[in-house]
Design a protein. Structure first.
Lengths: 426, 248
């Protein structure tokens, strides 16, 4: 059986155990790894030659307090399901990544972040507690006051500390499912920093799209998106069925510098005209979810996603990174830039640090592999790190630079759990 | 707001059905199944989703003598019964059943006999109250017995025929009977099967089934719809040719 990750690379084979009910004990298989909806890009959700514990049918709610917005649910509950069920009641996810097709367990295991990081931090900051099943067949109730070290290891812990059974999270109250959005064009990264700084306090949701292909005067243009929830009282959800699907794998060469340049030009020109408007949460937070299986556009070869964070004091590294990428003419049309806030991540292996994060895709081939090694070196030198949830190729050396708390984390890992990622980097 | 009894409540389709009914509505539920902790998990979920009340009842449905009590208890707890869904059953193993009659008996008991027994009491109750909708999960396997699963198929054929007549009887008192004929459904019952494009998800079934209750439809329905065309063809294959379909 083969489950895949979102980047469709690497190819792995594993035994699969699908749970329909919360298990009372773990199977004897070794090694095992929980698998939600497989939206991690690389091999952190894969377990080649091992067993995957598939959790997406563990999607029952356990309790909800309509006064506080505290929700307890099984680990396989998708963020999408939570939106469908709670937006009409006036509640939104406290933090959401760029896709709603991730499970609660996955959101915790990767300590995901979103456009509001500068305001509220990571997903883990909104987890009140979780229950973890480990290979000693014990269920551990973990929160800030109980099994705290296990709690902080499990947040961002990539499923390696045990199987999260259930979690309690704090939802955010909303009065509308629409966002007042501003779109501001900028010509270079320094302008982006200015925009981020000036938008930080007033706007809860900020992110920028940057063009890695156009580079007139050695500058990268882009579009800055900033927004706040409206209060207009409309609480309609998204349509659960998508009309757009990519039914087949595109040929490997479909996305090349020519097509991407063309797309970028179109995207830039169309969106810079929009300026201010009211957007439903679905296109605002999840533009790509509209196209099911968009990852197939990269072809069967699959693609790498590279996301790094550069601390403020070394922000010139962003320029170096963009220079390398633009020179290589290999980037994707999905390049994202965002400023992270000061809130310290909770997890030992969490990704966000105060600074600037850059994310983009590359087709899997020799040149991109070499380019990403170069980018790693720049990131290491800048004392930054690369996001594990997106990684399929970082070296052991890079990993140890990026995640110095690994030794601490290793003590909390469950001996029966392992992943293709962790075996690759250790 | 309806009073709904769900028999075989831990079935994937039954769970999806209950969740679907709660979209834009609040209902009372009486859930029957064998496993207490599973029923509890479902009850909690439905409560969060807005159920007015959820009662659970642990019972092995093969104990036919318990069926009168199940119906009476449901009616007592919910102060009536509006909708009923009979969703329990087993797939069984055809090959085992061919050599071991115990397996055949289990298939027939779980898929036909226990349904008839429950319907006996349910039908009498609803007839008396002149109100209700009964839905039973059947299968396209009952349309024509096939080599690969005719024992299961025969039980489904049996229940489909029973419901056909019951439908006419209960129509006299404004009670509807829905026979849900499904094809391949991706659920725990079929977890060992390789899935393909013909496979439906329990949620897809539930999405189409709940409106049938709301509209008080009283007939056999193929879910998804395309099975009507498939089975029409299968039913018309002449025996001479059907004999050659050893792998069907």
């Amino acid at each position: 059986m083969s489950k895949q990750s979102w980047g469709l690379f690497p190819h792995t084979t594993s035994e699969v155990i699908t749970y329909n009910w919360l298990p009372k004990s773990l199977p004897k298989n070794n090694p095992i790894l929980p698998y939600g909806l497989g939206r991690s890009y690389g091999d952190s959700c894969l377990n080649d030659q091992g067993t995957l514990l598939v959790t997406d049918r563990l999607n029952r709610y356990i309790s909800f307090d309509p006064l506080t917005g505290i929700l307890e649910a099984e680990c396989g509950t998708s963020l999408e399901q939570i939106l469908l069920d709670f937006v009409p009641r006036g509640w939104f996810l406290p933090v959401t990544p760029g896709t709603k097709f991730v499970t609660l367990g996955g959101a915790i295991a990767n300590d995901v972040h979103g456009k509001n990081h500068h305001a509220v931090g990571n997903f883990g900051h909104h987890v009140l507690s979780l229950r973890l099943l480990r290979s000693d067949q014990q269920v551990y109730h973990c929160h800030h006051q109980e099994n705290a070290d296990l709690f902080f290891a499990t947040i961002g812990g990539l499923g390696l500390t045990g199987l999260i059974l259930t979690a309690k999270i704090q939802l955010t109250p909303i009065q509308s499912s629409y966002i007042h959005q501003d779109i501001i064009a900028f010509d270079n990264v320094d302008d982006f920093y200015e925009l981020s700084k000036s938008s930080m306090n007033q706007y809860k949701y900020n992110v920028a799209w940057i063009d890695c292909f156009s580079n007139s005067n050695k500058q990268n243009r882009g579009l800055f998106y900033r927004g706040n929830f409206s209060t207009d009282g409309r609480l309609d959800t998204h349509q659960a069925k998508s009309l757009l699907q990519v039914p087949i794998y595109f040929p490997n060469q479909a996305l090349n510098s020519f097509t991407i340049k063309g797309f970028n030009e179109l995207y830039y020109q169309v969106n810079r005209l929009k300026k201010s408007n009211l957007a439903h949460y679905n296109p605002f937070f999840y533009p790509l979810d509209a196209i099911h299986h968009w990852n197939r556009i990269y072809g069967r070869q699959g693609f790498y996603q590279y996301q790094c964070v550069i601390p403020w004091q070394n922000k010139q590294a962003i320029h170096s990174l963009l220079k390398e990428i633009t020179q290589a003419q290999m980037g994707s049309f999905l390049a994202v830039l965002k400023v992270f806030g000061e809130k310290k991540s909770l997890g030992m292996m969490s990704f966000p640090e105060p600074g600037i994060t850059l994310a983009l895709d590359f087709p899997v081939n020799q040149e991109s592999t070499k380019l990403l090694e170069k980018l790693d070196l720049i990131t290491i030198e800048a004392q930054g790190k690369v996001y594990i949830a997106k990684d399929a190729r970082m070296s052991k050396n890079s990993f140890h630079h990026f995640y110095p708390r690994f030794n601490e984390f290793q003590k909390m890992m469950d001996p029966q759990f392992s992943s293709s990622f962790i075996r690759r980097v250790t | 707001m309806k009073k709904i009894i769900v028999i075989g409540a831990t079935s994937a389709i039954a769970q999806a059905f209950c969740k679907e009914t709660l979209k834009n509505n609040h209902h009372h539920f009486f859930l029957v199944g064998r496993d207490e902790s599973k029923l509890k998990a479902i009850a909690q979920d439905l409560q969060v989703r807005g159920a007015k009340s959820v009662e659970t009842h642990v019972q092995d449905l093969n104990e036919l003598s318990s069926h009168a009590d199940i119906i009476n208890l449901a009616a007592a707890k919910m102060l009536g019964i509006d909708w009923a869904l009979i969703a329990h059953g087993i797939l069984g193993e055809q090959k085992t059943a061919e050599v071991n009659f115990t397996e055949s008996l289990e298939i027939i008991q779980s898929n036909y006999l226990s349904q008839v027994s429950l319907l006996h009491h349910l039908a009498n109750y609803m007839e008396k109250h002149k109100n209700g909708v009964i839905g039973v999960l059947s299968s396209v396997a009952g349309d024509r017995g096939r080599r690969s699963n005719y024992i299961y198929g025969s039980a489904k054929a049996g229940i489909t025929a029973y419901l056909s007549g019951l439908r006419v009887r209960l129509n006299q008192v404004n009670v509807q009977v829905i026979t849900v004929k499904m094809g391949f459904v991706d659920s725990p019952m079929t977890q060992n099967f390789k899935k393909g494009p013909l496979w439906a998800k329990p949620e897809q079934i539930a999405e189409k089934l709940v409106p049938l209750y709301q509209q008080q439809i009283s007939r056999e329905v193929y879910l998804p719809k395309f099975w009507f065309f498939v089975m029409t063809i299968i039913k018309f294959i002449p025996t001479k040719i059907f004999l050659k379909l050893k792998n069907l």
